[in-house]
Design a protein around this ligand. Structure first.
Ligand code: GTP
Length: 334
């Protein structure tokens, strides 16, 4: 079975980290997000993954030089220009010659859904498409999905006002599709699957949906990206991973609590790191303090960063005291 993984978004909400590294290639507890996702696809019997790349394919080629990820063969479908979600799925599926039931996943989610069960549900319903749904506490920030008792989608409600719907489940970004869905997607045309194709399928009664309660997180914002890292080292999911990457130089006087330290990093004397992710290649001087920070660049001696996101080329001055800042600021950095 084929899977198409959408990795072509701009990742604006995670800037400046995504200015140098596409979101799906950022590590989560020292393993690239895409690798977590593709190994889940592999355990469901997916044998080939098509990466739907909207722009800048080079980091993906470099990340997987032998053309495999988690033991699965990769195809690279590079769009002539970003084609939005449905345009990207259609381009990738045609590129790989998909002609049978296939899976689609957004490249910026981390979840434990049983994809084999989702495929079985889809086939059992004879659906043209099936969505995976996940519950949320506060549906007012999302597009919620209303489903009837038999598992067919009835309606999408975008950012519902109080009382507008009883549904508390949202589109979780994993789909099973029949190849006939491609007939709804003209070649090389920008098109959204969520806003255009799925509503058409609901009107025709051919879109099913399966809610599950498994672990699920959209890693696309700094707070959720941090949470995804900490959830993995907490062991709140089935995988237990090291929190310290290879070739990192960590001073014995540094204090590291509930944090992830990436590969090839330097952590100087007397640093205090709490609830943070130090990304691959980051350099921390002496006595740096990090709290709920995501750091890719360089932080000089005695700086303190709380709730900050620091991009790859940023250099934070000695003694800086920053709270809730992104450096460089996403509007200035290009
Ligand atoms: P933000 O810019 O922070 O909203 O992130 P994003 O650009 O990744 O957008 P969003 O999370 O809404 O995208 C959902 C999924 O579709 C993600 O996995 C994106 O990588 C992917 N995606 C969005 N637009 C395109 C596109 O034009 N081409 C491809 N190949 N993938 C896309």
């Amino acid at each position: 079975m084929h899977a198409v993984v959408l990795v072509g978004g701009f990742g604006t909400r995670l800037r400046p980290l995504t200015l140098s590294t596409p979101k799906p290639l950022l590590p989560i507890a020292n393993v690239r997000q895409l690798e977590h996702l593709i190994s889940n696809l592999g355990s469901a019997g997916v044998t080939e993954v098509v990466l739907a790349i909207g722009f800048k394919p080079e980091p993906f080629f470099e990340a997987f030089p032998d053309g495999t990820c988690a033991g699965i063969t990769l195809h690279y479908a590079v769009e002539p220009e970003p084609l939005d979600t449905a345009g990207a799925i259609a381009f990738a599926a045609r590129h790989a010659g998909i002609s049978d039931t296939f899976v689609v996943m957004n490249g910026d989610i981390l979840c434990d859904v049983d994809i084999a069960a989702l495929v079985a549900f889809h086939k059992g319903h004879g659906a043209e498409g099936t969505l995976h749904l996940t519950p949320v506490q506060d549906p007012s920030q999302y597009g919620v999905v209303e489903v009837d008792d038999s598992g067919w989608v009835q309606r999408f409600v975008e950012k519902p006002a109080p009382g507008e719907t009883d549904s508390r489940v949202i589109n979780a970004g994993t789909y099973v599709l029949e190849p006939t869905v491609l007939n709804r997607m003209p070649e090389n045309q920008k098109l959204s699957i969520e806003r255009v194709v799925f509503p058409q399928m609901v009107a025709e009664g051919v879109l099913a949906a399966m809610p599950t309660q498994d672990y699920w997180i959209d890693t696309g914002r700094p707070d959720t990206y941090l949470q995804a890292n900490l959830d993995l080292i907490d062991g709140s999911r089935s995988l237990i991973l090291s929190s310290v990457g290879a070739n990192s130089m960590i001073s014995s006087s540094a204090s590291i609590t509930h944090s992830v330290i990436g590969e090839n990093t330097v952590v100087g004397e007397g640093c205090v790191i709490i609830d943070s992710v130090v990304l691959p290649g980051a350099q921390l001087g002496n006595r740096v303090r990090l709290e709920r920070a995501l750091v890719m660049g360089t932080v000089s001696d005695d700086a303190s960063l709380v709730d900050c996101v620091i991009g790859e080329h940023a250099v934070i001055a000695a003694h800086a005291d920053l709270v809730a800042q992104r450096v460089p600021h996403p509007d200035e950095a290009k």
